[in-house]
Write a protein that binds this ligand. Structure first.
Ligand SMILES: *Cc1c(COP(=O)(O)O)cnc(C)c1O
Length: 453
């Protein structure tokens, strides 16, 4: 089992060949979920005392199991937030897996951490964070939000020298993981009411209406830079202004959740929407969403990394040799100790292609989203939910009820044509196209919209 013999050599070639073939497919098959009983019949019991042998297990995966998984990089997979990894990043993921790198500490993974930190620095520079900023790649936005809010809570507790009930304020359009993180941390999630003048986004004015001059109970404000459902960017400048230190009130921690939209920082055509992000105390963006890296990867950055260390460093006798060496230990900045160097596939592609290619790719998806917006506007039976700001286009099909949307969505998947699931806005069912894949073209969008006639 732990030997590279002739059989392993054969398996290596088969595995690498399979990876190469999958990458070469154009287009990739969309595929679809299968029912449990169906899979049980086709696959049966795979874990046995004697083992199936690598070749047979590989065939089972390639021939049956993989086809029961949707391809999130299909150009007409436009639901949720797709994942459109570059070939370079996916290839390098194979090397990360084969390299047995421990990414939690500088002592064990300095080379990997050095490279990951350069990728983090690119993002920090796009956001205008100071030279002192730094952080870590975590599995996803959920862990990123939780880790950042834990640091924020810790900072209030440190400052006050006591533990008391605290709140986190965000718009109702913030991601579900934000209120989830509050549950974990026993913080009260306050959904800040918006008025028409807020134009669907969290503003400093909305926060002032909700809290007046007293923000002493707030552990943090969470602003969303690209809401998941509609791609709305909160008004970061006025929110940051609300969070400023004032009189005897210390500043309030500002966390910016850009898990999806943060990639827009790289695109000059929308960069202005993010003005004010430079004031963030913490910030996340998922490279596995709109920055073309494979699952799973979230870049988590802190303005003052020492505050995150104070919350997250684990102390134990068996860790003493790592602690306080003055080196950059990624495990000090988030929940979790052992970590895969999951920022490396993103780093490799960024290093290989250069940042200009990233700007061009994000702009390309924005161009397709704008074309989609125009197509929706041109079709009298369709109606935009809101004017898109980033690369999510949501719209209603006039005359349709929820079952019509569901039936249409299922038909497109059954025909292996597209994966577009319904969403809703203020209780009304709508359709939603999330364009983060540069392989998605205007023609793909037009073909999907044609099926709504
Ligand atoms: C997707 C998303 C998250 C959660 O990220 P995961 O990587 O799925 O854990 C958080 N916030 C926003 C705005 C998102 O779009």
């Amino acid at each position: 089992m732990h030997r590279f013999d002739a059989a392993t050599e054969d398996l290596a070639l088969a595995v690498l060949d399979r990876a190469r073939q999958r990458l070469q497919l154009d287009p990739v098959p969309l595929d679809a979920p299968r029912a449990y009983d169906d899979l049980a019949t086709a696959v049966g019991q795979t874990v046995t005392a004697a083992g199936l042998g690598g070749k047979q297990a590989l065939d089972l995966f390639c021939d049956v199991l993989a086809e029961a998984c949707l391809s999130t990089d299909h150009p007409r997979y436009l639901s949720f937030i797709p994942c459109a990894a570059t070939e370079a990043s996916t290839l390098f993921d194979l090397i990360v897996g084969a390299s047995s790198v421990y990414g939690g500490s500088w002592m064990e993974g300095s080379g990997a951490v050095y490279a990951e930190n350069q990728a983090l620095r690119w993002i920090a520079d796009l956001a205008g964070l100071p030279a002192s900023a730094g952080g870590v790649f975590v599995p996803g936005g959920t862990t990123g939000n939780l880790s950042a809010l834990m640091a924020a809570r810790n900072e209030v507790r440190r400052r006050e020298g006591t533990r008391r009930p605290l709140k986190v304020a965000a718009a109702a359009t913030s991601h579900s993981s934000v209120s989830g993180a509050c549950d974990v941390l026993d913080l009260d999630f306050v959904s800040v009411p918006l008025e028409p003048s807020d134009r669907g986004r969290l503003t400093g004015a909305a926060l002032r209406r909700a809290f007046g001059d007293d923000r002493s109970d707030l552990a943090a404000v969470v602003a969303t830079a690209g809401s998941t459902n509609l791609g709305v960017v909160d008004d970061l400048t006025s929110v940051a202004d609300f969070c400023r230190a004032e009189g005897d009130q210390p500043r309030t921690w500002l966390h910016v959740d850009g898990a999806y939209g943060g990639a827009g920082l790289a695109a000059p055509s929308v960069r202005h929407l993010f003005d004010g992000i430079e004031h963030a105390d913490s910030f996340i963006v998922d490279p596995h969403k709109w920055l073309f890296a494979p699952f799973d990867s979230c870049a988590l950055l802190y303005r003052e990394p020492a505050l995150a260390r104070a919350a997250h460093t684990q102390y134990a006798s068996y860790l003493d040799v790592l602690t306080d060496r003055g080196e950059w230990d990624p495990a000090d900045y988030a929940i979790g100790l052992t970590r895969r160097a999951r920022g490396l596939p993103f780093w490799f592609s960024l290093a290989a292609h250069g940042t200009a290619a990233y700007t061009a790719a994000v702009e390309r998806t924005l161009q397709v989203a704008r074309a989609a917006t125009a197509m929706v506007r041109d079709r009298p039976h369709l109606e935009l939910v809101a004017e898109p700001e980033l690369s999510v286009v949501a719209f209603y099909r006039r005359g349709w009820d929820t079952p019509d949307y569901s039936a249409w969505s299922q038909r497109l998947l059954d025909e292996q044509f597209a994966f577009v699931v319904p969403s809703s806005h203020e209780g009304r069912t709508c359709l939603r196209l999330a364009v983060v894949n540069p392989r998605t073209s205007e023609d793909d969008i037009a073909a999907i919209l044609d099926t709504l006639d």
